[in-house]
Design a protein. Structure first.
Ligand code: ZN
Ligand code: ZN
Length: 438
């Protein structure tokens, strides 16, 4: 997998460069790195001791062992820059330095291998996400198609029914009108015969005696029963109704689950809560009302439950919160502790949404989840699915999804509401149960 010019090649190049540098810094006499290098006039370098030894051993005039140039005397120049460089190379090739370098490289390698492992794991996680996303998208695709197929089926059935009704009406009306034509034609042929007979008699008036004419049997005029005139305008009007309105209502009736027409259960309500006569609106008063004591009553928080409870199926309801500045609502297990002041969370049997400080929307999961709706919802839709174990919240204005609780579980579920304190008049607007008229 390594590309040309990868680490291996670079390593080799580095080593050969290193070697040639060593060679450059090697004394031709002792074949070791220079010690106290000196330069002769011919520009060749040797260790100071080596060149002196060489010259000592020679009886002739001093010369360069490399190029054989002869010199008038034993002269050389000390090369400080070169000796510094040689010292450096010597240090670098020391076992300690090599060991240090090796350790450093091994650490770097290990760190990269470890990082590679992490990247690989992250890549797998992302790939798993991709698979899961594709799978879920496919499932959602099928579900949406099925729902639309159902709607199309309803519309097609409606279309067929309306066209069949129109056809039937047309047939009836045509039969009636054709009947009219037939009867009129019958009358016309009777009239025609009468006309011919009368004309015949008239033409014979000259010859015939008046007596004959007198006795001529003239039938009374033929009568055709006329039906009330056909009202085309009415026919047109009665079949060009506002189809969208008609089918809109029928489509609404096909909605599943049908909206639950909830009412509040005053017996469960905190004594500070007051209700509209029809038990669909509730607000908080800062003084307790005289109420009968009940084990079902919330005593600590200004809570109330719905009078309707559920243990199976799917249920949908809508709650008007309007411009209230603070509220909680959702679903509670019927078994929740009403006498104690408890935190609203799934562990305590509450699956709720809440508004705080006018603009902060939270799902009271553990931990809380901050929601950022596209606009402040005035009406919250709650969908409880007892089979799936989910509670889902929507902005009922445009049915945009707000939050879904999963793994919701209880023996029996109650719609749950808390008006929160009215804070004088700030949050006094009632919470309302919307009854969707279909
Ligand atoms: Zn030497
Ligand atoms: Zn030389």
């Amino acid at each position: 997998m390594r590309e040309p010019g990868g680490p291996e090649r670079r390593g080799m190049a580095g080593r050969s460069q290193d070697r040639s540098l060593r060679e450059e810094l090697t004394c031709a006499i002792c074949c070791d790195l220079f010690r106290e290098p000196v330069m002769l006039d011919c520009m060749h370098h040797f260790c100071k001791a080596c060149i002196q030894g060489y010259w000592d051993s020679c009886t002739r005039v001093p010369s360069c062992p490399q190029c054989r140039r002869e010199f008038p005397g034993r002269s050389f120049r000390t090369h400080y820059l070169l000796s510094g460089l040689v010292e450096k190379v010597r240090r670098c090739s020391s076992p300690e330095h090599r060991h240090k370098m090796q350790k450093h490289l091994e650490d770097a390698l290990q760190a990269r291998q470890k990082e590679m492992e992490t990247f690989l794991q992250r890549k797998h996680a992302v790939q798993e996400d991709i698979c899961a996303l594709t799978k879920v998208s496919g499932e959602l695709n099928l579900k949406i198609q099925a729902e639309f197929a159902h709607l199309h089926q309803i519309l097609e059935e409606e279309e067929r029914a309306v066209l069949a009704e129109l056809g039937e009406k047309e047939e009836q009306s045509l039969a009636r009108l054709h009947g009219d034509v037939f009867r009129l034609e019958e009358g016309m042929s009777v009239l025609q015969r009468d006309i011919e007979r009368i004309e015949q008699t008239l033409s014979k008036m000259e010859e015939a005696s008046l007596l004959e004419v007198e006795s001529l049997d003239i039938r009374p005029l033929v009568r055709v029963e006329t039906q009330p005139a056909f009202n085309l305008q009415h026919y047109r009007d009665s079949h060009s109704g506002p189809l969208q309105y008609i089918f809109w209502r029928r489509m609404l009736r096909s909605i599943c689950p049908a909206p639950a027409p909830l009412t509040f259960d005053p017996e469960s309500a905190h004594p500070n809560l007051v209700f509209s006569r029809d038990l669909t609106a509730v607000t908080e008063r800062n003084r307790a009302q005289p109420v009968p004591s009940s084990p079902r009553r919330f005593l600590q928080c200004v809570n109330v439950l719905g009078a309707q409870t559920f243990d199976s199926g799917r249920h949908y309801w809508e709650v008007w919160v309007g411009r209230k500045t603070k509220w909680d609502l959702g679903v509670a297990a019927e078994s929740v502790d009403r006498a104690a002041k408890v935190k609203l969370c799934p562990e305590n049997g509450y699956w709720t949404l809440r508004l705080r400080n006018r603009t902060e929307y939270w799902a009271t999961a553990t931990p809380w989840v901050r929601l950022t709706p596209r606009r402040p919802p005035w009406k919250i839709g709650v969908l409880l699915d007892c089979q799936e174990g989910t509670v889902t919240f929507f902005d009922a204005g445009d049915m945009s999804h707000l939050f879904t609780f999963h793994q919701v579980s209880a023996e029996r579920y109650c719609p749950f509401f808390s008006t929160c304190f009215s804070d004088g008049r700030v949050n006094v607007e009632p919470m309302r149960l919307c009854h969707l008229a279909l």
